[in-house]
Ligand binder design. Structure first.
Ligand code: ADP
Ligand code: TYD
Length: 224
């Protein structure tokens, strides 16, 4: 399902206007992957994710999500940032430069929410490290799918093919509540461009709302 961009992709439109980067954020099970896929299709853009949007990132994803190793919060944060550095520099940046739109299932705000608000790492330090790995690159729009923790756990547990809980899914309600509150605070802080949508709506209503807002902010982008 996820692309394997290591080794480069066909960037055949070097003189096009720069593409837009749109990031979906929210707690586990909030509906990000569903909406990211729908929006990427609608924009004829590239769909990717963090952690794990590149072959290198897939290896990091396996380590960081597995509960087998007891990772400390610093090691966890640095793995997320290593994934993001490679993903942004080798994949997202070149795609945007070539005029392609990129929709990513999680990006920088996830580190602030999970490792900052969730694990208690210093937010200022995480911000500095994010700037260090991303340089000027930021999402043109972050979309927070806001869903009550209880409902997100219910959905995550009833996902088809229900797999074993990963490192974060096994953290439970208290951790997810801190992360959820963190996302709300980050979105409200106004440091970047945010759209907050109510995750309790139907898949198609949420998709329609997102398309309307994305088109408002970037006229001509939807169905280009
Ligand atoms: P995430 O990527 O945030 O973990 P998913 O998109 O994988 O979330 O959705 C988690 C589960 O909830 C999936 O089974 C999905 O089909 C379902 N789901 C997604 N969006 C909605 C929605 N708006 N209403 C009800 N169920 C949903
Ligand atoms: P994801 O595959 O999006 O999980 P889900 O579909 O359940 O939402 O993300 C994997 C996990 O990685 C998720 O629990 C959040 C966590 N994560 C962080 O803790 N920090 C980060 O910077 C990122 C990108 C993800």
């Amino acid at each position: 399902m996820w692309p394997d961009p290591d080794g480069g992709s066909a960037l055949d439109n070097a003189s096009a206007p720069r593409g837009r980067l749109i990031a979906f954020e929210g707690i586990d099970g909030s509906g990000k992957s569903t909406q990211a896929r729908l929006l990427a299709d609608r924009l004829h853009g590239e769909l990717t994710r963090e952690p794990g949007g590149t072959e290198f990132g897939a290896a990091i994803r396996e380590i960081v999500l597995s509960s087998a190793t007891a990772l400390g919060p610093q090691a966890e944060a640095l793995l997320m940032l290593a994934d993001r550095s490679h993903h942004a520099n080798s994949y997202i940046g070149p795609l945007l430069d070539s005029g392609r739109h990129v929709v990513t299932d999680r990006f920088a705000a996830s580190t602030l929410a999970y490792q900052g608000y969730g694990r208690g790492l210093d937010l200022g330090l995480l911000d500095s490290l994010t700037s260090w790995v991303l340089g000027e690159l930021r999402a043109d729009l972050n979309i927070l799918i806001d869903l009550p923790v209880k409902e997100s756990l219910r959905r995550a547990n009833s996902r088809p093919g229900g797999s074993q809980a990963d490192r974060f899914e096994s953290e439970g309600t208290e951790f997810l509540t801190k992360v959820s509150q963190g996302f709300r605070e980050i979105a409200a802080s106004g440091t970047e461009s945010w759209l907050v949508v109510d995750g309790l709506g139907s898949v198609s209503d949420i998709h329609d709302e997102i398309c309307r807002e994305v088109e408002n902010r970037f006229p001509g982008i939807v169905g280009r």
